[in-house]
Write a protein that binds this ligand. Sequence first.
Ligand code: 1SD
Ligand code: ZN
Length: 260
Amino acid sequence: ASDSWSYSGNTGPSYWVNSYATCGGSSQTPINLEGGEYDPNLGNITFTGYSAADSGTTYILENNGHTAKVGFQSSTSMSISDGGLSGTYKVLQFHAHWGRNGSGEGSEHYKDGKPYPAEIHIVHYRNSYADSTAAVDQPEGLAVLGIFLEQGSVENTKYSPFINALSNIPDSGQNFTMSGFALGDLLPSDTSKYFRYSGGLTTPPCYESIVWTVFNEPVSLSMTQMDALRTLNYEDGSTMQDNTRPLQNLNGRDITASWD
Ligand code: 1SD
Ligand code: ZN
């Protein structure tokens, strides 16, 4: 990627605000998720088209210099609704953030003051907009699902299509057309328990346009699967890791929870 921002040095997170003023806003992401107040209006999210591969779109895996991302064409039928969302949101892409090993920090959100070693983001845009570009800077234009990853002792075969394809995109700018798989395979088994708050993109230009949902239950990957993320390289050839923005201030925002 030829973007001028990165995760370290003089183009790192503390400098983003110089080129992207919104990164200095008061509703930024990520945050520590703690003390969420039960909101009975946050019922189960409805996942449409998540349970099988979508034959109407292509799954394009890309090393964009900041993350490993799987992008979908606008023809996808995959979407989410309900769960307190005001409308239907179509899937755009998913990607990951991770640290330097499988046991330490690496997630963007924290839970109760603690990070997980990695985090998946499934990005959706509101279907009342013509496309994701129109939605990306609008209030509630995007809805992102955050999934904490932890390291366990067994291979998670549901994640294998994504993890095993990473070997095709070691370097920035590379992409690879994957076989389809069920997006629902990325979700934790219990999707009824989640946190909700208003925030933004964790990357420049940091638009405050995201309805954030972060699931309480993490998903477990094996050490080998976690390590596969670190076989990718940044544009300068160094190992892609610690692609996480530091915690941002809550500034009085409400964090709500879907469960008691
Ligand atoms: O980092 C992603 C960025 O790549 C883009 O997908 C953006 C939405 O357009 O979202 C951020 S994030 O907040 O999901 N990390
Ligand atoms: Zn992200």
